[in-house]
Write a protein that binds this ligand. Sequence first.
Ligand SMILES: C[S@@+](CC[C@H](N)C(=O)[O-])C[C@H]1O[C@@H](n2cnc3c(N)ncnc32)[C@H](O)[C@@H]1O
Length: 219
Amino acid sequence: MTKNDDRARAGTRETYEKGARFYDLMIWLYYLAGMRIGLWRRKVIKALALRPGDTVVEIGCGTGLNFSLVEQVIGSEGRIIGVDISEAMLERAQKRVRNAGWKNVELVRCAAADYRFPRDLGGIFATGVLNYEPAYYQVIERGAKALARGRRWVILDYKLPKSWLRHLAPLFIFLGSGFGVSRDLMKRHPWESVQRHLRNIQMWELYGGFVYIITGESP
Ligand SMILES: C[S@@+](CC[C@H](N)C(=O)[O-])C[C@H]1O[C@@H](n2cnc3c(N)ncnc32)[C@H](O)[C@@H]1O
């Protein structure tokens, strides 16, 4: 890990420490900009093809907005491990877990690049996270090795569209600026690591190509 990478992570962590109390509200406000985030979350969880009893790792789980969708599939026999760099986001996730009465959620505070995945996972996913992680390619590779055979990594993130809509990037960046969205982060291509380390790849472009979901299976 380089010092620059650590500095970038510290900056992201600070952004989320400060923004945690507004996060869920901001997500609702994004709906007004046409972002159908609830639908995208459902698409991610469907793409994971989880089964009852699975152990699932969510990288950058934030306030736990995906947990209920996962719980509905894995049930009380399954297990969710939520990893996040921000203490304040995890405190909110912990509160959500307590209020829902889930006994099968473990929260881990660390950078994605420092996390050591347990073996034989039933699924790994990250929604709106990996562009922040400078070593995203390592995280994807390690995750791919930790999945049980045939199980899936699913990533939702943002990127520059190939079409003329890329000219609207300043507007997209403006909408996400409170959470550190930037043109530099848009130049990261986590989907290429998924294509490199997994097979049976499927990719969907959403929101005019600014958002994508990719899924791949462990070989
Ligand atoms: C846009 S939020 C997404 C939260 C959640 N996945 C969701 O869909 O609501 C990004 C989350 O990633 C976390 N994060 C950013 N960089 C990270 C890193 N390098 N390692 C782990 N978590 C990170 C932030 O703390 C924040 O909670």
